[in-house]
Design a protein around this ligand. Structure first.
Ligand code: NAP
Ligand code: MG
Length: 479
């Protein structure tokens, strides 16, 4: 891959000023590729390209044909799945088996939205006797998309596929720290016959290319996935022209284990929910709430698994890879240092593989407990392989603790009691609840997004299409 990583006007280009950025392999800690450092002038070019595409041809393409384009892209992803997975693993540091799942899920997004593109329709609304009203569901036109580094392939696919299915032309700004697989995905999309100017992509830094995209006067809607802090900046930029946003922000999601839970199913899922992608997952199950009378037993079983986890380079394909960057490693270690100073008990710590590359950004997964609800480990998003166990007294206490953070993205509930499953699900303030299972990643059909500080609007499923389209009401008087 060369540094022509900006896609605009259907051509791969360098940044206008020729600047580049190094891409670091977090398993090794050194550069292995370069990308263009796009800035406002590159965003201008990409937005103009998307606008022209939308106005001159894309808006006239019917849903069925948009769907055919998406189906071809899905096929191309499946054909190149191993290449995409390897690139994603190398770029993000995640174990290869996890990146393989990401490639499959990316294909699933294109398949799902291929089938959805011709099923987006409005309404006929009853009105006065001499009238007919039709509410037409239309694309916004040109949408801007900003995604983070933790799942570039999945998140790139989910937002590109939905935007195109809805009929928008788009500009994507992937994260500077990992974007190579999504660049490759865009190449595959063009090779599969997608009209080249409909999908535009600008690599670069958040405060340069990202800010320019969010603040661009000709972007009709912004779809953002990332941190709450940057989400606020993006909303402020969009608010200057009163454009709408979809905000997918962070989480501090609880796994709630009642005394009657099936632990054989729960324990491995609970460990995976925090270890996946080294805990750098918005929907990571980072709090373990356990009914007090089974607390020691459950936490003991989780600790046993934690101690056996193997940490190593992405391509060694162990349980857990490195953090994305030196900065992220330092941030996570900061949490661990504070916990040590405050005397929060460590229940288990995973081991590093023997031949760990010296330059990689590794952090050994850690289980803490009991963590007081007032402690940072119980409320702040660590975005690392750190699980905080907290005992609860009863159902009401479980719901209270589960809702006791500023976030509200996902939750897991483990109980065999049917009434309790529903009561707890209804009591939780979050966007997705998993009962006796967990995992936000794979279900491309399932509306996903947050409540409270975790954001608003929804991605995934048919629901995403409502957030990428708008309604025009046509009032006809027929007399
Ligand atoms: P981040 O710093 O907010 O970055 C997200 C994206 O925003 C990146 O593309 C980044 O670009 C860009 N950006 C940075 N500053 C910007 C600005 N001033 N204007 C416009 N764009 C800007 O988040 P992150 O550290 O990459 O990701 C971690 C966070 O994302 C966590 O809080 C996590 O929970 C959340 N997340 C949420 C979801 C979800 O679906 N709810 C999914 C995954 C992650 P650069 O990186 O190139 O600077
Ligand atoms: Mg990288």
């Amino acid at each position: 891959m060369n540094d022509h990583t900006i896609l605009a006007e259907g051509r791969w280009q360098a940044a206008k000023n020729g600047e580049t950025l190094a891409m670091i392999d977090p398993s090794e800690g050194h550069a292995f590729a370069r990308i263009a450092r796009g800035r406002a002038e590159d965003i201008d070019r990409a937005v103009a390209s998307a606008r022209r595409a939308y106005e001159t041809h894309w808006r006239k393409v019917p849903g069925v044909e948009r769907g055919r384009h998406l189906a071809k892209i899905a096929e191309a992803i499946r054909t190149h799945a191993e290449e995409l997975a390897t690139l994603e693993a190398r770029d993000t540091g995640k174990p290869l088996k996890q990146a393989r799942v990401d490639a499959t899920v990316a294909a699933r997004y294109f398949e799902f939205y291929a089938g959805a593109a011709d099923k987006i329709h409005g309404d006929a609304i009853p009105f006065l006797s001499e009238y007919q009203v039709i509410a037409i569901r239309e694309p916004y036109g040109v949408t801007g998309h900003i995604i983070p580094w933790n799942y570039p392939l999945q998140m790139g696919a989910r937002t590109i596929a939905a935007a195109l299915a809805a009929g928008n032309a788009l500009v994507l700004k992937p994260a500077e720290e990992a974007c190579l697989a999504v660049i490759r995905l865009a190449e595959l999309a063009l090779a599969a016959g997608l009209p080249a100017d409909v999908l535009n992509l600008v690599t670069g830094l958040g405060e340069e290319a990202g800010a320019a995209l969010a603040g661009h006067a000709d972007i009709d809607h912004v779809s953002f996935t990332g941190s709450p802090e940057v989400g606020t900046l993006v909303q402020q930029a969009a608010a200057r022209r009163n454009a709408g946003c979809t905000m997918e922000l962070g989480g501090k999601s609880p796994q709630i284990v009642f005394a009657d839970a099936n632990l054989e199913a729960a324990v491995p899922t609970i460990v995976n929910a925090i270890i996946q992608n080294a805990g750098q997952t918005c929907s990571a199950g980072s709090r373990l709430l356990v009914e007090r009378r089974v607390y020691d037993g459950v936490v003991g079983q989780v600790a046993e698994r934690f101690a056996k986890l193997r940490v190593g380079p992405a391509l060694a394909d162990l349980d857990c890879g490195p953090m994305i960057s030196a900065g992220q490693k330092k941030r996570v270690e900061g949490f661990l240092a504070t916990a040590a100073e405050e005397g929060i008990p460590v229940l288990a710590r995973a081991q590093f593989a023997n031949d760990l590359p010296a330059g990689g950004y590794y952090v050994a997964p850690a289980l803490y407990g009991p963590v007081p609800q007032s402690n940072r480990l119980a409320c702040d998003e660590v975005f690392g392989p750190v699980l905080s166990a907290i005992p609860f007294a009863d159902e009401d206490d479980a719901i209270r603790l589960a809702n006791a953070t500023a976030y509200g993205l996902t939750a897991g509930v483990w109980t065999e009691n049917g009434g309790r499953q529903l009561r707890v699900a209804k009591g939780l303030k979050c966007g997705q609840v998993f009962v006796n299972n967990y995992g936000a990643g794979g279900g491309v059909e399932l509306p996903f997004g947050g409540m409270k500080r975790s954001g608003y609007g929804r991605e995934k499923g048919m629901e995403a299409l409502h957030h990428l389209t708008t309604v025009k009401t046509v009032v006809l008087k027929h007399g």
